[in-house]
Design a protein around this ligand. Structure first.
Ligand code: ADP
Ligand code: MG
Ligand code: MG
Length: 371
């Protein structure tokens, strides 16, 4: 992506239906994907704030389909929240139309811009301060699933095809292994075997889906804590944001990815594996929050397979890191030569730890279902 040309700002800002007198614009937040700004307008004594974002079209090569997904889902959420007696200006993203009545504007450099109402008095957390934050994110992602339970998920675009098709990730891994472009395979035989031993497991969810046993859902696909706005005063989860990767998929993908990232005791690239553990307390906090809110719309098969989702997404992510290591670090950004290997190893350590705690994971699901 070219850096944003600041000279274009006045012409970009005037393309959106913002209310009031333009006051200023500042870079905002610590998102890593898009270019995000807050835009301030004044109307009498009121300040109106908006979020203005340039979509990262290096990462998302189909911004039009992406925006169609965002429009569909935010519209639906707006009406579902209104029906449920909530505050639709705070509990979902609200797109601001352009003066032409579109939901995005393409600048003269080909940059895709969109704008949202700014949701005030919230914080974005990079890491949970405590178990309660993680539990709150579970309730928010659970509510996202609950409110969208009747959305026709098949009408959404699959903007990243086969994103969580784990057997396909194995195929890509095998290709990278065969090619062994950087001659790294010999150094990581243990990790390679770890993946190959679990090849059969990688089919479990896609098979259940093919047999019609797991429903197609609206999935978020980036269910990290930093994509939930938390109320600055109460600490409650308010709104799920960052809808760029919304696609049709399995609820277990979203659940699993939250656990993979949030229930680990260490960073994703921690080189000291003795620090990397799967934290059952955090797993329980998330499972409890998620089931309290989404439990009534999830099928028995979905609930039964929550631990499988957690392990699948962790294994899949480890496979992707190891694949990229073998291919020469072409997909994930790295700051040092072994970073993708370190990342793969943390994921495999978590998988192993989940396998050791497998029965306890199912007991936790049992404890919190049907409440
Ligand atoms: P990225 O994909 O780059 O992470 P996000 O859509 O998550 O982009 O936005 C980046 C940050 O901007 C978020 O982490 C959040 O702090 C802030 N943000 C995004 N949308 C809003 C909003 N509507 N109201 C308030 N803050 C927001
Ligand atoms: Mg984000
Ligand atoms: Mg994002």
């Amino acid at each position: 992506m070219k850096p944003v040309n600041k000279a274009l700002f006045p012409s970009i800002v005037e393309k959106f239906q913002f209310d009031g007198q333009f006051v200023g614009l500042l870079p905002y937040g610590s998102g890593h994907i898009n270019d995000t700004y807050s835009v301030i307008f004044q109307m009498d004594e009121h300040i109106n704030r908006y979020i203005l974002q340039r979509i990262n079209t290096d990462v998302f090569c189909n911004p039009v389909e992406l925006m169609e997904n965002v429009v569909g889902v935010t519209r639906y959420l707006h009406s579902a929240i209104t029906k449920a007696g909530g505050d639709p200006k705070r509990e979902t993203l609200n797109l601001i139309p352009t003066v032409d009545g579109s939901y995005y504007y393409v600048d003269e450099q080909g940059g895709y811009w969109r704008a949202y109402l700014f949701i005030e008095n919230t914080v974005t957390l990079q890491r949970a301060r405590n178990k309660a934050d993680f539990y709150e994110s579970a309730r928010s992602f659970g509510r996202f699933q609950l409110l969208l339970a009747d959305y026709p998920a098949e009408t959404l675009h699959e903007t990243i095809p086969l994103f969580h098709n784990t057997p396909n990730r194995i195929l890509q891994f095998q290709e990278a292994l065969q090619a062994d472009k950087k001659g790294r395979a010999d150094k990581v035989r243990k990790e390679i075997d770890f993946v190959l031993e679990r090849e059969e497991f990688t089919h479990v969810l896609v098979d259940l889906q093919a047999q019609g046993k797991l429903p197609l859902r609206v999935t978020h696909n980036d269910t990290k804590l930093n994509n939930v706005l938390i109320d600055a005063g109460t600490g409650l989860g308010i709104c799920v944001i960052d809808l760029d990767t919304v696609m049709p998929g399995l609820s277990l993908n979203d659940f699993g990815d939250s656990i993979r990232f949030g229930a680990s005791t260490a960073a994703e690239d921690e080189p000291d594996l003795s620090k990397v553990n799967f934290d059952l307390d955090l797993f329980e906090a998330y499972t409890q929050g998620y089931l309290e809110v989404a439990g009534k719309v999830l099928t028995d098969a979905e609930i039964d397979n929550l631990p499988v989702g957690a392990k699948m997404l962790t294994l899949e992510c480890g496979i992707r890191f190891l694949t990229d290591y073998l291919a020469g670090d072409i997909y994930f950004k790295t700051a040092h030569p072994n970073q993708n290997l370190d990342r793969a190893r943390t994921q495999f350590k978590l998988v192993q730890d989940m396998e050791e705690k497998w029965d306890a994971m199912f007991d936790i699901v049992k404890k919190h279902r049907n409440k």
